[in-house]
Design a protein around this ligand. Structure first.
Ligand SMILES: NC(=O)c1ccc[n+]([C@@H]2O[C@H](COP(=O)([O-])OP(=O)(O)OC[C@H]3O[C@@H](n4cnc5c(N)ncnc54)[C@H](O)[C@@H]3O)[C@@H](O)[C@H]2O)c1
Length: 420
């Protein structure tokens, strides 16, 4: 979000998170989402919160079976507090971390079929149930209060965005293998007799950097679709128009066409508009240059006079550019989000456990051996996302392949802090 030019405020109880992972200067409010006062402090932060990305949750399937009420209390009770405080503060934009766990063991004609958002949700453990209940609560609130909200159903998140941001817990396949190697054990493969190509389970692994990009794209869509209950300021209009234009530009092959499209707009506004399609802050700078006013959030160009007219001009150009870019790219206008939608976030490509092991062998540079053991109860043969809605709605698709995930996980593993 910072790289996308957004300001963020973080609320975290640091139960599994670590304060030293936040980039310098990001405000951290330490407190639980179940604590109304802490949530209120975050939501009413002086930075001026316009939307919420909700990640905070307990996420261990086994623990959720042992302590279901704890999971319902944190994941659903905590979410309720966040939603109530958002309603109270009039914040109407949200991105919620859901999970492929909402699908449970989907019953499909062919167990290797990909899972779409239309696949029935039948969670098989309390963790998955809390995520589905969370989606329902977000959806109902969005419908009742005119919000724009997206629930992102992550598939198997893997890899590290940078070497200092490795997965701190060995709960997923890749860190579990690396931990076993560290401890001089042979990594275990649970079952090699599944009805898949090589007999091991197939999952859709998604690089955490791609997941991050999906969140930025989701925020843009939520923002661009947000009608807003009150009339918007010129700055807000510009942000919306730029977000729509940016979304359309993201759908252009390579983005090269965006520049071509930019050259078709009136020369006077061309520079501002071509920047507006890339991101909002440059558009803010363009307005600033044109008007001598300050950028967003600092009392920029007012609604009247020369400054206001200049802002309106850029709004208009950015919005026309968005439509034009979509036409040139041969795509529909970016679909508008009505209130809430759940969207799969996966690559659409499955990898078997043996393929992950092979990729890890290449990353580590060691042809390590594995032990094949019994299947684990409740493990479906294959869980692979159909990511079509993410592409259509968010203009997003995963860019990284499995080897990127194992390489980055290994790089991070080698420099992990000793306290892990
Ligand atoms: N990692 C995955 O593979 C995966 C897959 C699907 C969905 N998800 C979802 O993504 C979200 C983030 O998962 P993650 O893998 O980054 O987990 P994580 O444990 O690394 O991060 C969760 C963060 O929330 C904080 N937190 C937990 N409970 C809190 C509370 N009550 N109040 C305030 N902060 C709290 C933790 O300190 C931590 O910083 C979760 O909602 C999870 O269910 C993760």
């Amino acid at each position: 979000m910072l790289a996308a030019g957004r300001e963020v405020v973080v609320l975290d109880d640091l139960s599994t998170g670590r304060a030293d992972r936040l980039p310098h200067g990001v405000p951290l409010i330490r407190g639980s989402i179940t604590n109304r006062r802490a949530v209120r402090r975050a939501i009413q932060h002086e930075a001026g919160i316009t939307g919420v990305m909700h990640f905070a949750a307990r996420k261990q399937v086994g623990e959720s079976v042992q302590r279901p009420l704890h999971y319902w209390g944190e994941n659903v009770g905590g979410l309720q507090v966040v939603l109530e405080e958002m309603v109270e503060a009039g914040i109407a934009q949200m991105v919620f971390s859901s999970s492929a766990a909402v699908y449970g063991q989907p019953t499909m004609a062919d167990p290797l079929d990909r899972i779409s958002e239309a696949t029935p949700c039948t969670p098989i453990n309390p963790y998955g149930a809390t995520k589905l209940a969370g989606e329902w609560m977000v959806g109902a609130t969005a419908a009742a209060h005119g919000w724009k909200a997206l629930s992102l159903r992550y598939f198997n998140v893997a890899g590290a965005g940078s070497a200092d941001l490795g997965d701190p817990a060995a709960l997923n396949l890749i860190p579990m293998v690396l931990e076993a190697l560290d401890e001089g054990r042979r990594p275990m493969v649970f079952g090699d007799d599944y009805p898949t190509a090589d007999g091991s389970c197939v999952r859709d692994y998604i690089h955490v950097a791609d997941l991050s990009a999906a969140h930025v794209a989701a925020a843009r869509v939520v923002e661009a679709s947000h009608a807003g209950p009150v009339s918007r300021s010129p700055q807000e209009k510009l942000q919306h128009a730029a977000a729509r234009a940016e979304l359309a530009a993201a759908r252009l092959p390579g983005g090269a066409l965006a520049v071509e499209v930019a050259s078709q707009v009136p020369a006077a506004a061309e520079a501002a508009a071509s920047r507006a399609i890339h991101r909002v802050p440059p558009a803010a700078r363009a307005v600033e240059r044109a008007t001598g006013a300050l950028p967003f959030g600092l009392g920029a160009a007012g609604p009247s006079g020369v400054a206001g007219q200049a802002t309106e001009l850029v709004v208009e150009v950015a919005s026309q550019l968005g439509s034009l870019a979509a036409k040139v790219a041969g795509v529909e206008e970016p679909p508008r989000l009505v209130d809430h939608l759940a969207v799969n976030v996966g690559t659409g490509r499955g990898s078997s456990v043996f393929e992950v092991i092979e990729a890890l062998r290449a990353s580590v540079g060691d042809d390590f051996a594995v032990d094949i053991v019994e299947r684990r109860p409740g493990d479906p043969p294959a869980l692979v996302a159909a990511p079509d809605l993410a592409l259509a709605l968010l203009g997003w698709r995963a860019r990284h392949v499995l080897q990127d995930m194992t390489d980055s996980a290994w790089a991070a593993w080698q420099v992990r802090p000793a306290t892990r």
